[in-house]
Write a protein of this length. Structure first.
Length: 259
């Protein structure tokens, strides 16, 4: 046991107490998550000093135009990310949300394509569907007929001829994610906005809240008379609208909130 003076005190205790009070009083809670929730699992975020967009240009890799121009390059990037994420595991933040969602009073909406919320829910044997706004890294979709397939273990990116093709129509397969300039799945988006409108608390975790329409989902909670709670080491455009902003890491703050 460490000396009493060295015990690590929660730096955000008053904020945590206030959030716990809000969550206890809420009939419905919506958690909207972004890349920050998976950062401590080893999945890179997009923006910020260590973010993917520091080394890669979204216009070269995450638009339909980029895929049409150079599908091999885009596939190479996604094959690398699949491999990277496959080695990652859900962290304490994913587990805390999975536990809370399993209780039935919380929905989880994520912008992440890493599948870590679903994995945490499966590991807890908790039934709770995560709404994946930006698709999944582990699914392919045919450019020709639109049919979706579970991702293959290996994608051969040696040349354009080697790229994966649809077994139904021979069209080129692509990762089933939402790129800039593409519409989100309307059913998923409507469900997310409805959940936000009904929520008494919208817990916004680990997102820079810069990408639309995801960043507007918490506004529906405000319109419905609910409150926002933000968990993020940095401030975001939603900070000023939040009842409480907890400045901390998801893997530390979320378990403390739902313990
Ligand atoms: C921690 C932490 C820790 C770190 N714990 N936290 C209205 C106005 C302006 C533009 C638009 C608009 N409407 C639409 C647009 C265009 C565009 C857009 O929003 N652009 C803005 C960037 C300006 N949106 C679209 O194109 C969308 N489509 C659309 O709207 O269709 C209709 C339409 C089209 C065209 C015009 C108008 C309408 C589609 C958006 C698709 C986004 N796709 C990506 C890639 C997905 C596939 C892939 O992964 O490869 O989605 S981009 C990338 O950003 C990814 C993410 O899901 C998304 C959000 O990022 P996120 O999660 O917020 O991550 P970061 O890195 O930004 O932030 C991490 C945060 O975590 C930071 O705050 C850290 O502090 C924090 N953090 N460690 C907690 N340990
Ligand atoms: Zn097809």
């Amino acid at each position: 046991m460490g000396a009493p003076g060295l015990v690590r005190l929660p730096i955000v205790k008053p904020a945590l107490d206030e959030v716990r009070r809000l969550l206890r009083g809420a009939d419905r809670t919506l958690a909207l998550t972004g890349a920050g929730v998976s950062a401590e699992s080893g999945v890179p975020t997009f923006r910020g000093e260590e973010g993917l967009w520091k080394s890669y240009r979204p216009e070269d890799l995450a638009t339909p135009q980029a895929f049409r121009r150079d599908p091999r390059l885009v596939w190479e990037w996604y094959a690398w990310r699949r491999e990277l994420v496959a080695k990652c595991a859900p962290n304490a933040g994913h587990h805390a949300l999975a536990g809370a969602a399993g209780s039935g009073r919380m929905s989880v909406v994520t912008q992440n394509v890493d599948g870590l919320h679903e994995r945490a829910a499966r590991e807890a044997s908790a039934f709770s569907e995560t709404l994946e706004l930006h698709g999944s890294l582990f699914r392919d979709r045919c450019e020709g007929c639109g049919v979706r397939f579970p991702a293959r273990a290996d994608v051969d990116t040696t040349s354009e001829e080697d790229l994966p093709r649809c077994p139904v129509c021979s069209g080129l397969l692509r990762p089933d994610v939402v790129w800039f300039g593409e519409s989100l799945d309307q059913t998923i988006l409507n469900s997310a906005f409805s959940a936000a409108l009904e929520a008494d608390v919208c817990l916004v975790v680990g997102t820079s809240a810069l990408v639309q329409p995801a960043a507007s989902i918490p506004l529906a909670t405000l319109e419905g008379g609910g409150v926002l709670v933000e968990v993020n080491p940095e401030s975001t455009p939603l900070t000023a609208l939040s009842a409480v902003s907890v400045r901390g890491r998801a893997s530390e703050v979320l378990p403390a909130l739902f313990a």
